[in-house]
Write a protein that binds this ligand. Structure first.
Ligand code: FES
Length: 109
């Protein structure tokens, strides 16, 4: 195992409003990221983890996009309830929240 049990990447890519693919920031990624950090503190995840901002994760139309490694799971997270579920069910419980999951870019190309 690496240094962290989980490493979360939060896309905070921003594009012009008229861009055809849109962007995660236009879909409230920064607000969701703040909620994610709050919920991580609240639920005191026991294993070491890290959360970082990232550039485009190539699933723009599905945003806001969060990727969790080493599982390679990509999520569309749109609300505090979604955040809470990913934190408690996946990061704490080790169970993928399948109804929030989106295909990883490697699965679609
Ligand atoms: S802008 Fe977030 S995945 Fe592309």
């Amino acid at each position: 195992m690496g240094r962290f049990r989980y490493h979360v990447f939060a896309c905070t890519n921003k594009r012009a409003p008229e861009h055809a693919r849109g962007s995660c920031v236009a879909r409230n990624a920064e607000e969701i990221l703040s909620m994610f950090r709050e919920e991580l503190k609240l639920h005191a995840i026991p294993q070491p983890f890290r959360i970082n901002k990232s550039g485009c994760l190539d699933a723009c139309e599905e945003g806001p996009v969060f990727a969790i490694y080493p599982d390679g799971v990509y999520y569309r997270i749109q609300s505090r309830e979604d955040v809470r579920r990913v934190v408690t069910e996946h990061l704490r419980g080790g169970v993928i929240v399948s109804d929030l999951q989106i295909p990883a870019p490697s699965e679609t190309s």
